[in-house]
Design a protein around this ligand. Structure first.
Ligand SMILES: NC(=O)c1ccc[n+]([C@@H]2O[C@H](COP(=O)([O-])OP(=O)(O)OC[C@H]3O[C@@H](n4cnc5c(N)ncnc54)[C@H](O)[C@@H]3O)[C@@H](O)[C@H]2O)c1
Length: 356
């Protein structure tokens, strides 16, 4: 029986990963350590099979005693580390929390793994610490620049990406210094079910449904490389199964539209799915707002390496992924209601877009 510690498993990607893993593998125990910040919710886990394989622990990765005791108590063979503060806008207004969670929290997990796992070097062959990171650590590309890959030098430009870059460096340092069996993945923008509606795609879907303005930063021509969340889960799974210890894997969607194109596509899907809405055409709700400070212009990822090594490439194209995502939000009004009534959502959305 495998024991897997998933941190941040009540968030967007973590909850999708747990769902994916439970469907993929029968004999395993998943221990989901999540603080349930504004971004995490048990609502994201409600539809998991109730067969005793998922164990939720509410706790903070910054609490070093808690993390160490958990690692001592349960013989984990795998740690998959998602927990983070993940929203760039919030990092601009409250960077301190990003330093704590993303850097200190990752350090605590590494320290716990070091003290517990390295005490018995014989068992190390069966251990893995996988760190989930972002393409934003590489900085921004100009039009025509080659896409990022595993060897791109780090050049983070926001408190979020700087804190994730620091955590990547720590993970790599624990591999080189202590031979901790680590892998790292740097992934591009994810989208799909259960994404908190402060991020671009769910924000646009939900605002459009309510007839609220669709705020577009700057000229809307920022380019992101979009990946359907389930494809990200599959990539992580393959890294856990066959990835090389100490290796970093670049993961991306091979989809690089401008933000405005994404928003126009969502509007067109909603026009099709909700033809009787008084907001048709939904794109009349688009409203250009002052750009985010230091907004990175373009991200793109070269995924040749993970394709060659692990045979992974994205299965879902952007058009069908967006269609399914819009449909998911339309079909889950209870989830949307619960999420919107939580924490500081309304206040944050109001202040973030009116201060611009
Ligand atoms: N969303 C993306 O597009 C994307 C792309 C590449 C990489 N990533 C990385 O993937 C990971 C997950 O991203 P996401 O979009 O699911 O984030 P999210 O914000 O939806 O979820 C983060 C989760 O971490 C939990 N958490 C926060 N602080 C914690 C703490 N101190 N202790 C325990 N739990 C805590 C939250 O409660 C939440 O459940 C992050 O590390 C992020 O940097 C995200």
């Amino acid at each position: 029986m495998r024991n897997i510690l998933v941190t941040g498993g009540a968030g967007f990607i973590g909850s999708n990963f747990i769902r994916f893993l439970l469907a993929k593998e029968a004999p395993l125990n998943i221990y989901n350590l999540d603080l349930l910040t504004y971004a995490g919710s048990l609502e994201n886990l409600k539809d998991l099979p109730e067969d005793g394989r998922h164990h939720f622990i509410q706790g903070d990765i910054c609490d070093s005693d808690l993390v160490k005791n958990l690692m001592k108590e349960i013989d984990f063979d795998t740690v998959v580390h998602f927990a983070a503060e993940s929203h760039v806008d919030r990092s601009i207004f409250n960077p301190g929390q990003f330093i704590q969670t993303n850097i200190v929290g990752t350090f605590n997990l590494l320290e716990a793994a070091r003290t517990v796992w390295l005490a018995e070097p014989a068992v190390l062959n069966n251990k893995r610490f996988h760190h989930v990171s972002t393409d934003e650590v590489f900085g921004a590309l100009q039009p025509g620049d080659p896409a990022f890959n595993e060897n791109t030098p780090y050049s983070p430009r926001s408190p979020y990406s700087a804190s994730k870059a620091s955590s990547d460096h720590l993970v790599r340092a624990y591999y080189h210094t202590y031979h901790l069996p680590v892998t790292i993945s740097n992934c591009t923008n994810n989208y799909g079910p259960y994404q908190f509606p402060e991020k671009l795609i769910p924000l646009m879907i939900l605002n459009a449904l309510e007839g609220k303005p669709l705020p577009v930063y700057g000229d809307g021509l920022q380019v992101r490389d979009w990946l359907y969340v389930e494809d990200h889960c599959e990539a992580i799974y393959r890294i856990l199964q066959n990835g090389k210890i100490g290796q970093t894997y670049a993961i991306g969607g091979n989809n690089q539209p401008g933000n405005i194109e994404i928003i126009e596509t969502i509007c067109a899907i909603l026009d099709q799915l909700q033809p009787d809405s008084i907001h048709v055409p939904h794109n009349k709700l688009i409203k250009y707002v002052t750009d985010r400070p230091g907004h990175d212009r373009r991200y793109a990822m070269n995924i040749d390496f993970i394709h060659q090594e692990l045979g992974w490439s994205p299965a879902k194209d952007l058009k069908s992924g967006l269609y399914e995502t819009v449909l998911w939000y339309l079909n889950h009004p209870d989830w949307v209601g619960a999420i919107r009534n939580r924490g500081d959502y309304a206040q944050w959305m109001q202040s973030n877009y009116t201060r611009r």
